[in-house]
Design a protein around this ligand. Structure first.
Ligand code: ADP
Length: 496
């Protein structure tokens, strides 16, 4: 059984794809292309132009002209807001098509992409459209003690930061493009977006919708290509004012180096995680399903996956056995099969990476209560896995696996758990399950994480800021917090 492909999707995957620069579709300067495979089968899905440094340079020049000369910068905030709103509308109008494309390219179930990725992407643009008319400075009374009697008028202007490079990952390709583009457009920046090489298709389709919405040429440029070439060229480009990156902590550090070695461009980074999910003995039974969803949603390929499960001793066996039962019941298959609950990992490389972690867990003495290996011999499937008998120093407990693998350990008390949960170089998310609200909020305060969910997990909204403490990143995405990362503040003072 399989979802019937939308006509636009059939046409889209059957055509080679070009780069979107200055409102035009072009081949890469090198003429090179790369294949994006269908992760459910390993077969080629589409051919895509492979951008590298020369194409990035061309895109940055187009974005610079669009920023400096308009018409984008000359539109009123209200006009800009209406165009951004229209992008959200067009995403909803093409929701089935975009969800199918996402499922084919990334592997996630179509139903999940249709219910979560696509509506969230549309909502992000709708939310950010409203901010276009609400970018404000302040008027400030100043004292200047060394100029007694002088009178001043001082105010701040909040201005767009300029040309922005955006480098995104493959786990939520369309949604990550939306998280990045929405705020940049709301404040009036221009953009060069590099999608992940594993999943370039939905960003290219989005580029078409952005043009259709009325965004002028050069404002949004989409250049697919590889990280070490196109991505690195964007991170080190002398005429890019800011880079917003989502991906691994390892590559985040390379981007910091590239910014430091070039023009000290501003950076925001949304990086890895190893998020603790804490279940107290007084929690509702829903915590069991909640803990399973926290790790298995999107096949564990979430930077904020609840990958360290801590359960209070008296209910450890019950909760962990419950999560293992759910893990065993999850139906794996192609994302386009409506009965599929979990699709393949995104690539052969990820399959090998996650398999390596499973092997490491086994050799260090962990026990698999469910799963523990590859599923089938076609495509990149991994069994949903629950590991127990782990120690805090094991690789599977310390490092981000980015697959459907949870490590579970018991804890005794509220006093002990904050330190255990915070014992990580990451600080992206955390979950708390309890009926005692005082306990929940007291612990929420102690956790060093950018997001804390109480009696829920993986709840995202365009209005909620998202980002990391510690090595999970710099800055926040979404909410009004993100706007600070795309603007500069100018203080203007007049002697009256
Ligand atoms: P993952 O390990 O999850 O694939 P990465 O951090 O490698 O995540 O990739 C996230 C994004 O960063 C992708 O778009 C990728 O092409 C890009 N990227 C990878 N290496 C570099 C690099 N050296 N410089 C800039 N971007 C890079």
């Amino acid at each position: 059984m399989t979802v019937t492909l939308d006509r636009n999707v059939e046409a889209f995957i059957g055509t080679p794809h070009q780069l979107f620069i200055d409102g035009q579709w072009n081949d890469a300067a090198s003429g090179k292309t790369f294949e994006t495979p269908n992760p459910a089968t390993g077969e080629t899905l589409a051919l895509v132009a492979e951008g590298d440094a020369e194409d990035i340079d061309r895109a940055v020049r187009a974005a610079r002209v669009a920023f400096d000369e308009g018409p984008w910068s000359r539109l009123t905030p209200s006009e800009r807001g209406r165009i951004i709103w229209r992008i959200g509308d067009l995403i909803l109008e093409h929701a089935d098509e975009l969800a199918q494309l996402e499922s084919l390219d990334n592997g996630k179930p179509y139903a999940v992409a249709r219910a979560a990725d696509v509506p969230l992407a549309a909502d992000l643009f709708h939310y950010m459209a409203g901010w276009a008319t609400k970018i404000e400075g302040n008027s400030i009374s100043i004292s200047v003690p060394y100029m007694p009697g002088a009178n001043f008028h001082s105010y701040t202007l909040r201005e767009p930061i300029g040309v922005v490079g955006q480098i995104i990952p493959w786990n939520f390709p369309l949604l990550m493009a939306a998280w990045k583009l929405g705020p940049a457009l709301a404040v009036g920046c221009t953009v060069v977006l590099k999608p992940a090489e594993q999943t370039p298709l939905s960003a290219l389709r989005l580029a078409g919708l952005i043009a259709e919405a009325g965004v002028p040429d050069g404002v949004v440029n989409v250049v697919p290509g590889f990280g070490e070439t196109a991505g690195a060229a964007l991170a080190s480009h002398m005429d890019v004012d800011k880079v917003a990156f989502t991906g691994s902590t390892e590559v985040g550090k390379l981007i910091v180096e590239a910014a430091g070695a070039s023009n000290l461009k501003k950076l925001t980074l949304e990086l890895g995680g190893k998020s603790p999910n804490i279940v107290f003995d007084d929690s509702e039974d829903a915590a069991i399903e909640g803990a399973a969803n926290a790790i298995f949603f999107n096949h564990g390929q979430c930077c904020v996956a609840g990958s360290r499960l801590y359960v209070q001793e008296s209910r450890f066996d019950e909760v962990v056995d419950g999560v293992a039962e759910i893990a065993k019941s999850i139906r794996l298959g192609s994302g386009l099969d409506p009965t599929t609950q979990m699709g393949p990992l995104v690539s052969d490389e990820q399959l090998r990476r996650v398999s390596g972690f499973l092997e490491s867990g086994r050799s260090e003495g962990a026990t698999a209560l469910a799963g523990g290996g590859r599923y089938g011999d076609r495509g990149y499937f991994i069994e949903p896995t629950v590991l127990t008998n782990t120690r805090p120093d094991m690789k599977v407990v310390r490092e981000e696996i980015f697959g459907p693998v949870v490590v579970a350990a018991p804890f005794s008390s509220l006093d002990e758990i904050a330190a255990v949960a915070n014992d990580s170089e990451y600080g992206l998310g955390a979950g708390i399950w309890t009926r005692d609200i005082s306990k929940a909020h007291a612990l929420a305060k102690k956790l060093r994480a950018g997001t804390v969910w109480i009696n829920c997990y993986n709840v995202f909204d365009a209005a909620l800021p998202f980002g990391g403490y510690k090595q999970s990143g710099w800055g926040r995405e979404m909410g009004h917090e993100v706007l600070n990362n795309y603007t500069e503040v100018k203080a203007v003072t007049t002697l009256l």
